[in-house]
Design a protein around this ligand. Structure first.
Ligand code: PLP
Length: 393
């Protein structure tokens, strides 16, 4: 489905629906009325089959204790195999309300206060928080920015593990905010290092269906599954189908010992072993019927991205757009024209755009902003126009 049609069918006004992205502007940025391009959800309705499935469930009128249906598991298992070539077994699947909650649980289960946890910066800031807020030691290895294309620094990565006796590495694949879809050989090298030093890997693959270029390789199937027993995969339908409010995420654990420890924690400390009835209904319908919708969503994101790249290259070439291979979050480099501390004044006060500032993702993000392109073209056009007008003055 092309962008115009997708927008006509699924575009919707979100203001005054208690949505974080638009109704939360004042709280987050101190003012309303900005072009909202920050938090990572979409300004589009979910697939119609999701809405219909929820309506059907609502019409029944009883919302009591519920079992998890086999068809729910099947929909996810089929999706993972068909789309990503990962044959997930039902017994490996667990629930968490969100991917971030999953990270927090795993940090608590598999490390103790003071233990070191590694991340590749710049990276999604709740990764940092999951470490710091649990009293663990945050260790980072910066990605290398090779002319806008980010790569792992393998030597530094291994040194950081050894020097700090790292216990867990939190991988972001695809990587928010730099938009990389990691290649199998890159993941292979990183996993090899983690395995060699007994570092447990959390593989956050929440963006794995949002691929614009390249192919997503689930970390658990890298090198024919060589590292699968050392990996906990986290994913969800929330980014893919815009269902974050449904609070339904997947944990995949192939290693029985790790699974047992996870279950003990989930059933005792967290006391959460299953989720909200509507989350299950929405996820199942999305994975079963959402393919066409998703292709429209990806075409829309790509259309916005291509438009922005072209406009900026012609009219504001000093702002560098990082190639977007995956996610709908574009990473813009202002380092050649602005100081990091000038960004808010220009981006928010002058251009009237609400964004995630690069420094939130770590020192390595200074001078960058992250903008959300899962929005109707009109907002991208307005934001790009404002950037061009203000920065060219
Ligand atoms: C890499 C990554 N992980 C997790 C999340 C959030 O997941 P959840 O809402 O399921 O906690 C996001 C949201 O932007 C993300 O980018």
């Amino acid at each position: 489905m092309e962008q115009k049609l997708f927008e006509e069918k699924y575009g919707v006004e979100r203001l005054n629906t208690h949505c974080t992205k638009w109704d939360g502007l004042k709280e987050k940025f101190g003012e309303d009325g900005l072009i909202s391009m920050w938090v990572a959800d979409m300004d589009f309705k979910a697939p119609e089959q999701v809405i219909e499935a929820l309506q059907k469930r609502i019409e029944h009128g009883v919302f009591g204790y519920s079992l998890i249906s086999n068809s729910y598991y099947d929909s996810f298992i089929n999706w993972e195999e068909k789309r990503h070539g990962y044959k997930v077994k039902k017994e490996w699947i667990r629930y968490t309300p969100g991917v971030v909650s999953g990270i927090y649980w795993i940090v608590n289960i598999f490390t103790k206060p003071g233990d070191a946890i590694l991340v590749s910066m710049p990276v999604y800031y709740p990764f940092h928080n999951s470490v710091k807020e649990n009293g663990r030691k945050l260790v980072h290895s910066n990605l290398i920015n090779n002319n806008g294309r980010y790569e792992f620094d393998y030597e530094d990565f291994e040194n950081k593990i050894v020097e700090n006796d790292v216990k867990i590495y939190i991988l972001c694949s695809p990587h928010n905010p730099v938009g990389r879809v990691w290649k199998e050989e890159e993941l292979d090298k990183i996993m090899e290092i983690c395995q060699k030093h007994n570092v447990l890997v959390i593989s956050d693959e929440i963006h794995h269906d949002l691929i614009l270029e390249g192919k997503h390789i689930p970390t658990a199937i890298v090198n024919n599954g060589k590292y699968a027993k050392n990996i906990i995969t986290l994913t969800a339908p929330s980014k893919t189908f815009n269902l974050a409010g449904c609070k339904n995420s997947f944990v995949i654990i192939e290693n029985e010992d790790i699974l047992k420890k996870f279950d003990t924690y989930a059933n005792t400390v967290a006391r959460v072993s299953n989720g909200n009835l509507f989350g299950y209904v929405a996820a199942e319908a999305a994975y079963t019927y959402g393919e066409e919708w998703l292709s429209g969503a990806i075409a829309t994101i790509k259309g916005n991205y291509d438009y922005m790249v072209k406009e900026l290259a012609e009219k504001l070439p000093q702002v560098k757009v990082t190639p977007l291979e995956g996610t709908y979050l574009s990473w813009l480099d202002f380092n050649t024209c602005l100081k990091d501390e000038e960004l808010e004044e220009i981006i928010q006060n002058k251009c009237k755009i609400a964004v995630d500032y690069g420094r939130w993702f770590g020192e390595a993000g200074k001078g960058f902003i992250r903008i959300n392109l899962a929005t109707p073209r009109k907002y991208v056009e307005e934001a790009v126009k404002n950037l061009i007008d203000v920065l060219n003055k």
